[in-house]
Design a protein around this ligand. Structure first.
Ligand SMILES: [Cu+2]
Length: 253
């Protein structure tokens, strides 16, 4: 009887500690942050390319036949990818300013960067600082992934066919160019954020940022060759607001 009571007390104490840990203010573990009453806002929109996009060029993979033979038709360059309506793919849309000084815990699940068909999939990847990035080699040839950061530690890793490796980037950086030391056509980008409010546009150029605490934010759209565009929005609680971005072709510097 006495032992049962002691056990129960320990259980209650443990639960109390767990509950107080999970409700610790200012720390967020993966899920969206909330305002004091839990209400959040959603920002949704489309990023468009105005004008005629440059013609995508075929990528030459002849240097490694194991890459080339995976593609019956040549893969096209991924720098500017649009759909029939001008929706611009691979744009990172994110909160650039306006969040309170809050510490966001990284999600426990890693993001996955796949090397398949001697291309990076996805071409543009976004993750949280200190989240794990799992780099998978799904090709019958070796790759050597080599991110070239300005604000994080540089590394490069050789990967045999069928292997994977894990790394992290501790600091925010938008975005880190990634190349393969073996296949010069392989190019991708990894953006690292200190918060979870980011999205990468899909094939139709659409994005969705949810779970935002009410407030006024600078929202930025980043594209690898077209540059950046910013807008300011004020979001109330429980609202879904539309926000579109337009990029135009810019001369290469
Ligand atoms: Cu490679």
């Amino acid at each position: 009887m006495v032992r049962m009571t002691t056990k129960s007390l320990i259980l209650v104490a443990t639960l109390t500690v767990l509950i107080s840990m999970s409700s610790q203010p200012g720390v967020k573990a993966g899920g969206p942050a909330t305002s004091a009453n839990g209400a959040t806002a959603t920002l949704t929109g489309v990023v468009k390319f105005m004008g005629t996009p440059p013609r995508a060029t075929p990528i030459k993979m002849a240097a490694d036949p194991s890459c080339a033979k995976q593609h019956p038709t040549p893969v096209l360059s991924q720098e500017i990818v649009t759909d029939a309506k001008g929706g611009l793919q691979n744009v990172i849309v994110f909160v650039a300013n306006g969040l309170t000084q809050q510490i966001f815990e990284p999600p426990s699940q890693p993001v996955v960067l796949d090397q398949k068909g001697c291309m990076y999939q996805p071409h543009v990847l976004a993750m949280q600082a200190n989240q794990r990035i799992e780099v998978v080699n799904d090709d019958p040839t070796s790759h050597n992934i080599h991110p070239m950061p300005a604000n994080n530690r540089e590394w490069n890793k050789s990967e045999l066919p069928g292997t994977k490796t894990e790394e992290t980037f501790p600091r925010e950086e938008i975005a880190i160019p990634v190349k393969c030391n073996i296949h010069p056509w392989m190019r991708g980008y990894v953006a690292v954020f200190k918060h979870p409010y980011f999205a990468v546009t899909g094939e139709d150029g659409s994005f969705n940022l949810s779970g935002l605490p009410p407030g006024t934010y600078t929202i930025e759209a980043w594209h690898e060759t077209l540059g950046t565009s910013t807008q300011t929005v004020t979001l109330g609680a429980n609202v879904t607001k539309a926000l579109d971005f337009v990029f135009k072709s810019q001369p290469r510097s």
